[in-house]
Design a protein around this ligand. Structure first.
Ligand code: FAD
Length: 567
């Protein structure tokens, strides 16, 4: 309990975190005349958002018209409500559908943030009424880091998995061309390489690309917009406890800065956008299904659920804490976070098996569905298996296709962990500790499906989403090719994530609710520190950032209009 006079620093809106949701909240508040401060725990701003694909899933967005896809609130609601069921308040879903497109329009009109619609990026549950074959997922346009000046150095670098050879970035749209080797792919790679290597004199003293793409483009564009409005971000400044007044209204938070604990007051409200608890082993074990490990997460290692705990101490309710934005991951020695297998499972010539050597799902499904299948009894540990043709043709984790990135040239750590291989399937099974007879039977059956083009067990490659990560040069089914060419490769894959998705229970404005369902005055949450508006599912590419930005926008709107109202 406190009075305003007791603060070291006072602003109108205090935002905790600096991912995309935090930045949109800060930008909206600044543009509506509020004094804003963002505080960030890590020495870099941007969080997982900066390391992401930067895609947003926004139903009814204005860019869909550019690619000739119609959408309407009714279709979007039927699709989302079929996924969210009883897990999410209907008014939150409706708020998202009504305000996502409004947030995007507002950003386009008031900031440097720009996107293009991804025509072929299909919603993830194509069998549901209201699903679209593309267009709801949008891709940030690349951006030139030069306009950020010295602030570029403080931005979280992209995840290694979204850079060619750990160096050159590409947009989602460019990535699709490269992966499928669509016409023009070779020219594109030459252009990306030329842009990278000819960026002189910069190239002489930094390996980092100044052509920002994906999450770095989104965060770069947002940061530039915040700089225009002189909004500060305090780096290496974790928020700790929330400060309430005598009536229970949240009026500020403690922030560690330069070795001191500061009390920062917030006249209009505190907006929590501090990510999930993916890097707290303790919270993972308390909430997520077992087994679980923080090293299986591809998210930002600073996200340890600090503000989830702080908000619970002031009475906040939580929901969906047993959920994550799941995705099968691998770990590459020496890297601080896991790599998510977005495409590798789906390309033709690979299958996933359990310890009995049996396939157990359609390997081309979206990542959250993949891990939901992995957690079914008997399916862990799980292994990805592929043959020499696959290795030659497609990128895998940090490895470029075999022709460009020969096995024997790889560092010993990669050869030992990532390139376990044998001349026979039985030999590979022995190496991985899985049932040899099971694998032989599974591959023989799968090879028959690949030849006929029909996966009679799991219908892989039979809907537009599956085909996104298929090879259209392979027929009759772009997601199926027989595993026939030795050596055979195999690797254990983990039930990992790109963030947890359960947390503080919020309403349609992003206000945090208490355990009686009443808003806690002055307290808002968005992104992965809040319970997701998408419930236990992942409607489409960008369904984590789209809501994080929309509810950040709504929280700032509510805080600013409420904060100015005479009390
Ligand atoms: P973050 O972006 O992680 O931001 C939280 C910030 O809060 C961090 O900077 C953290 O350091 C800071 N913080 C934590 N604790 C404190 C504290 N106590 N005080 C102050 N600051 C604190 N999602 C999509 O929608 N589209 C995509 O294309 C996409 N691609 C992805 C690709 C990859 C490789 C990965 C790893 C993820 C991807 N995601 C994508 C997931 C998405 O990036 C995350 O779900 C999203 O960024 C989470 O946003 P957030 O604001 O909740 O957290």
């Amino acid at each position: 309990m406190t009075t305003q006079a007791a603060f070291d620093e006072t602003v109108d809106v205090l935002v905790v975190g600096s991912g995309a949701g935090a930045m949109v909240a800060g930008l909206y508040a600044a543009l509506s005349g509020a004094q804003v401060l963002l505080v960030e725990k890590s020495p870099y701003y941007g969080g997982t958002s900066a390391t992401s694909g930067g895609g947003l899933w926004i139903p009814c967005n204005h860019l869909m018209a550019d690619v000739g896809i119609d959408d309407n609130a009714g279709d979007a609601a039927r699709y989302m409500l079929a996924l969210t069921g009883e897990d999410v308040a209907r008014e939150n879903v409706e708020s998202y559908i009504a305000n996502g497109a409004r947030m995007l329009r507002w950003l386009t009109d008031h900031s440097h943030v720009r996107f293009q619609a991804m025509q072929y990026y299909a919603d993830y549950y194509q069998h549901l009424d209201g699903a679209k074959p593309g267009g709801r997922s949008i891709d940030p346009l690349p951006y030139n880091a030069q306009v950020l000046g010295k602030d570029f150095h403080d931005m979280q670098e992209p995840h290694r998995q979204v850079r060619v050879m750990g160096l050159m970035g590409y947009s989602n749209t460019e990535g699709a061309i490269l992966l499928s080797k669509s016409p023009g792919w070779f020219k594109l790679i030459l252009r990306l390489a030329a842009q990278y290597f000819l960026d002189l004199p910069w190239r002489l003293y930094s390996r980092r690309s100044r052509r920002l793409t994906m999450g770095n483009a989104l965060i770069g564009r947002l940061r530039r917009s915040l700089l225009d409005w002189k909004v500060p971000i305090w780096l290496s400044s974790p928020a700790g406890t929330l400060i309430s007044d005598a009536g229970g209204k949240v009026v500020g938070a403690t922030v560690q800065r330069g070795g001191r604990t500061l009390r920062v007051g917030a006249r209009f409200g505190v907006i929590l956008a501090s990510g999930g608890f993916e890097f707290s082993q303790e919270l993972r074990e308390r909430h997520l299904p077992s087994p679980t490990h923080r090293s299986w997460s591809a998210a930002n290692p600073y996200n340890t659920g600090d503000m989830l705990r702080a908000a619970q101490k002031v009475g906040a309710a939580t929901a969906l804490t047993d959920e994550a934005w799941w995705g099968p991951t691998i770990h590459v020695a020496g890297e601080d976070r896991a790599r998510m297998l977005f495409t590798e499972r789906s390309m033709p010539g690979a299958i996933v098996v359990n310890k009995a050597g049996q396939r157990f799902f359609n390997e081309s499904v979206a990542y959250t569905t993949a891990v939901q299948a992995m957690y079914q009894p008997g399916n862990l540990p799980a292994f990805l298996i592929f043959d020499a043709r696959y290795r030659r043709e497609y990128p895998f984790g940090p490895l470029l296709p075999g022709g460009m990135h020969l096995d024997w040239l790889q560092p010993a750590g990669i050869r030992r962990n990532l390139l376990k291989k044998a001349d026979t399937l039985s030999g590979l099974a022995a190496l991985l500790g899985i049932d040899g007879g099971g694998v032989l039977a599974a591959v023989e059956r799968f090879n028959g499906f690949a030849r006929s083009g029909k996966d009679l067990d799991y219908q892989r490659g039979e809907n537009p989403y599956d085909l996104l990560y298929g090879d259209r040069r392979v027929s009759p089914n772009p997601c199926l090719a027989p595993l026939t060419e030795p050596p055979y490769y195999g690797i254990e894959i983990y039930p990992g994530d790109i963030g947890t998705k359960g947390g503080l229970l919020t309403n349609a404005h992003g206000q945090v609710l208490d355990t009686q369902g009443r808003p806690i005055a002055g307290l808002y949450a968005t992104g992965n520190c809040s319970a997701s508006v998408t419930g236990r599912y992942y409607p489409g590419a960008g369904a984590t950032l789209g809501p994080a930005m929309t509810f950040g926008f709504l929280a700032a709107e509510h805080a600013c209009s409420n904060g100015r109202r005479p009390s």
